[in-house]
Write a protein that binds this ligand. Structure first.
Ligand SMILES: C[S@@+](CC[C@H](N)C(=O)[O-])C[C@H]1O[C@@H](n2cnc3c(N)ncnc32)[C@H](O)[C@@H]1O
Length: 312
């Protein structure tokens, strides 16, 4: 756990008695951090920075101050600047200290699925241009930020973790999105309802009643068996009648979850058609990750279910 002491000092406290087995720790710091696409990995030095990305964002992280770092992620010709916790283990420790054993720190690093979808969005801006976009389990908001840069009219990044949304909003701002909402406690909208990008707390296990969107985005959210049904129920509820769901998911890691999800989409009360599906390779940290990119929309009339494979 890190405590704030002055601005930059970090006090390491003894580890708590609850020990999380290494096997269920998601990854150690740096396993994804030095992806080939990343040009620069730099620890923020808030005392020498007056900008939102460093000083203010750290101040807003609340009592469990997490040291942040800035990571530059090159996606095609677009550079994203990600503001993220410097130490993933510190995020895990924070949850242990709070007794939130159901939480995971996966939000604090970029994942290849999000990079793959961001690349698609930036290459084909018409997918989101002028549209209302919502991302679930947004983490650092890579796909959302790309949607905003590609000309989406409105982007709502959602996650259950408020710290993730703060980092994602900071990342949007640092990446050049001009109109980003402020963070106000747990309400991300009241202060700047007209911002192009805003954040909303949304736990996909909770009922959703709210706005509908033209494009609903979900990257790497099917990693737990128990998440498939809640995510499968939530996504159509977020979608307008003529909208589409864009799903990015690692090809092999939890393939059975994705297959269950696809089946579920075809059998829900208002069934969805898997309209397009393609596999892409994304290289991060010297490794190649195979990612499935899928597009769903609501079925019309008696349309039969089918997948059109896309050329890479
Ligand atoms: C593997 S990370 C993916 C983050 C981001 N989409 C990406 O691909 O870089 C999974 C994300 O889902 C979020 N998440 C996990 N359980 C959730 C829940 N019940 N409701 C909402 N978000 C959740 C996590 O906080 C995390 O941001």
């Amino acid at each position: 756990m890190l405590l704030r002491h002055g601005f930059l000092s970090r006090i390491a406290l003894p580890r708590p008695s609850i020990v999380v087995p290494k096997a269920i720790r998601p990854y150690s710091v740096g396993t994804l951090g030095a992806a080939r696409a990343i040009n620069e990995l730099q620890i923020c030095n808030p005392s020498s920075r007056e900008d939102f990305n460093g000083r203010m964002l750290q101040e807003k992280l609340g009592t469990e101050l997490l040291a942040l770092q800035e990571q530059r992620l090159q996606i095609g010709s677009q550079e994203l600047v990600l503001i993220e916790p410097a130490d993933v283990d510190a995020v895990m420790d924070m949850y242990i200290n709070r007794g939130q054993m159901d939480r995971d720190p996966y939000w604090s690093r970029p994942w290849p699925s999000a990079v793959a979808l961001a690349k698609l969005i930036l290459q084909q801006p018409s997918i989101v241009s002028g549209r209302r976009v919502c991302e679930v389990g947004a983490g650092l908001g890579i796909a959302s930020i790309s949607a905003a840069l590609a000309g989406a009219k409105e982007v709502v990044m959602t996650d259950r973790e408020p710290l993730a949304l703060q980092c994602a909003l900071g990342s949007a701002s640092a990446s050049g999105v001009a109109s980003v909402a402020n963070f106000q406690g747990t309400s991300f909208t009241k202060d700047s309802p007209r911002a192009q990008v805003r954040g909303e707390l949304l736990d996909w296990t909770q009922p959703y009643v709210g706005q509908k969107f033209d494009v609903v985005v979900a990257c790497d959210v099917l990693y737990e068996d128990f998440s498939v049904e809640p995510v499968g129920e939530l996504l159509p509820q977020l979608l307008s009648s003529s909208g589409c769901v864009l799903l990015a998911d690692p090809s092999e890691r939890t393939r059975h979850n994705r297959e269950y999800f696809v089946d579920m989409m075809q059998t829900i009360r208002r069934p969805m058609l898997l309209e397009e599906c393609k596999r892409v390779d994304e290289e991060m940290d010297g490794k190649v990750y195979s990612i499935e990119l899928m597009r769903f929309r609501f079925k019309e009339g008696n349309e039969s279910v089918g997948v059109k494979s896309l050329r890479r």
